[in-house]
Design a protein around this ligand. Sequence first.
Ligand code: ATP
Length: 282
Amino acid sequence: MELIEKAPAKINLSLDALYRHHDGEHEWRMVMTSVDLADYVHIQPSEAIRVTTDSGFLPEDPRNLAYKAATLLQQVSGVKNGASIHIEKHIPVSAGLGGGSSDAAAVLRGLNKLWQLGYSRAQLAQLGLKVDSDVPYCVYSQTAKVTGRGEIVEPLGALPNFWVVLAKPRASVSTPSILNAVDYSKPLPRPDTDQVLAGIQAHDFAQMTSGMANSLEQLTASRYPEITALRERFVRYGAQIAQMSGSGPTVFALCEKRSRAMRVYNSMKGFCPEVYLVRPLA
Ligand code: ATP
């Protein structure tokens, strides 16, 4: 018996970094959605927990977020079973697309079924926070407002209609190195998250995009100038908005019309090594 869980990539429509807690973690206010670029997590019953990937670059030991999620669920639930977990990787790594967190969340959802634990999504999300701050959102993997340290996930209604073009530059970004460098003594760029939320509720693309921004973009772009170059090129090619996702370096562009998104996608392919044309999942 094999169970397959889809683990979609996420993008941050808005990302507001509010302050640093005493333990060094950040307080967030974000709007996130998931897109149809996904890893697939294959899970089979086994005596011990084992993680393999088809990537060649990723750890297959306790450093893998999927492995962490599996052992955590095993400990908390007290089950004696293991599981053989294979990650079919499609999401670029260290890209700001939450691939590792989504794999971990897929493991939590999958093992909850395999081991018949009966945990709710909210319980899995709570557990997921111990693995990484994006895991609670990824347990849901549907458009949501995300606050706290990432553990307060409030699913939202349907998004206005749009297409997403993702451009992943060659550079890989270490999320901790960016998060450690955030300096709250200076003003950070801020999204107007209320405007983003109101736009989503009203199904108004222009209102939604008018509030979008990412507090981390300036910081990551100061180290990786290709981020600004990608963003400018996206706009020049006709994207209605372009913005960095998470701590970067992936830049995404939104277009209401498929024909325009196709044009932007095709133009971008000549400039950036990895480009994807995708849609939000929900
Ligand atoms: P985020 O946007 O949540 O910060 P990211 O997209 O920038 O995430 P990931 O691809 O999730 O970054 O992973 C970054 C780090 O996590 C890498 O150092 C990688 O080795 C490690 N990692 C552990 N498990 C995984 C996994 N299953 N998939 C991808 N990366 C993993």
